[in-house]
Design a protein around this ligand. Structure first.
Ligand SMILES: [Zn+2]
Length: 251
């Protein structure tokens, strides 16, 4: 038995369903639940995406699909269905884990995802854009890919208090102003760097603006370092985030 978060489920055959879970003990795990769609099927009602519970499965080494015995939901997170931004944020967090995680134990990733799903389900509406960003950054960091915000990724010089650097996706962080003038990455000033540091720590900056630009930054970082391609759910999420056409900067 292991704590597990349901990421995705789909029908299989006439009566079964296949579920993809992120589990605390085994990482990403695909299980088949036989007979759950028949008239005598039990438990299917609580098999709702992004729920956390206790999963019991017959896990065999060297196999890709395991047999589910039971899933006892402990957190259903019905709040995620209340609005589209909450649901899109949860979908993006799930997709991030699905594209990068493997069948190996990474408790830090489990805790980051579980915390993110709770926060997305419960955040007040005004805090939701920041919660979406913090969820994506904390999961990214749990995978081991935090961006370097200071010192400069190229010359190692600490950035000054009012210095506007530029993000360098290939190098995985921020360049100082002198190294940044030939970079095409978005500008990141001191406020944006502090906001990024807060979001990486799972904290919401009180002055968070430019939600769409922040989302573009985390999306591009994920595409470059974690997923090796843009995530579909992040493109959808971009249209829901507040923010104008500016770059992430301290105008
Ligand atoms: Zn530099």
């Amino acid at each position: 038995m292991t704590r597990a978060i349901l990421l995705r489920g789909y029908d299989y055959g006439d009566t079964s369903r296949i579920f993809r879970f992120y589990t605390r003990e085994h990482g990403l795990l695909s299980v088949i639940a036989k007979g759950v769609r028949g008239r005598s099927g039990k438990g299917a009602a609580v098999m709702s995406s992004f729920a956390t519970g206790e999963l019991t499965a017959y896990v065999k080494p060297q196999r890709d699909l395991h047999t589910m015995k039971d899933f006892q939901c402990t957190r259903l997170r019905e709040g995620l269905g209340r609005d589209v931004l909450r649901f899109a944020g949860a979908s993006a967090a799930a997709e991030l884990v699905l594209v990068h995680a493997e069948a190996e134990r990474q408790p830090g990733v489990f805790e980051a995802l579980d915390t993110a799903m709770d926060a997305l389900a419960e955040a007040p509406p005004g805090r939701l854009p920041g919660t979406v960003l913090a969820s994506l950054w904390t999961i990214t960091e749990a995978f081991g890919f935090a961006p370097q915000l200071d010192p400069c990724v190229r010359c190692d010089t600490p950035l000054g208090g009012d210095e506007v650097g530029r993000f360098d996706f290939a190098a995985g962080g921020v360049r100082c102003a002198s190294c940044g003038h030939d970079s095409a990455g978005p500008r990141v000033g001191p406020v944006a760097r502090r906001q990024l540091a807060d979001l990486l720590a799972g904290e919401l900056p009180d002055d968070l603006t430019h939600g769409r630009q922040h989302l573009a930054l985390v999306s591009d970082f994920i595409a470059y370092h974690v997923a090796s391609k843009p995530l579909k759910s992040l493109a959808f999420l971009g249209g829901l985030m507040p923010g104008g056409p500016e770059e992430v900067t301290d105008a």
